[in-house]
Design a protein around this ligand. Structure first.
Ligand SMILES: [Zn+2]
Ligand SMILES: [Zn+2]
Length: 115
């Protein structure tokens, strides 16, 4: 394995670990959201809205900044993913559900999952 290959695999590894977990104020409902602690907080646990800021989960590299509207739920391993549509660029996006998400909203969403 050449030096370039080693360097390249390091860049990949570093990319995977850029996770920014921070407090924020939800732009949809205005509530203060505390950082999650175990992974990057990527959506509001009260209204489930998110913001189009990631290219890869947690990297905050996207410059769209549109509001991501939750439109459905998808099963993912032992967890669920929330399916979003960006209100600005209409792109679909998925975030893994967080432990303190509002379960009532999750159930409501899973009932009317539309793609
Ligand atoms: Zn909110
Ligand atoms: Zn967008």
């Amino acid at each position: 394995m050449g030096y370039d290959t080693i360097l390249f695999s390091w860049v990949i590894k570093l990319k995977k670990f850029t996770m920014i977990d921070e407090n924020f104020i939800c732009e949809k409902c205005g509530k203060k959201v505390k950082r999650l602690g175990y992974t990057a907080r990527d959506h509001c646990p009260y209204c489930l809205y998110s913001k189009h800021v990631d290219v890869f989960p947690g990297d905050r590299k996207n410059t769209c900044y549109g509001l991501l509207k939750p439109v459905g739920i998808e099963k993912f391993k032992n967890n669920y993913k929330i399916i979003y549509r960006c209100e600005k660029c209409k792109e679909l996006h998925k975030n893994i559900m967080a432990i303190d998400d509002d379960m009532k909203l999750i159930i409501e969403l899973s009932k009317n999952t539309i793609y």
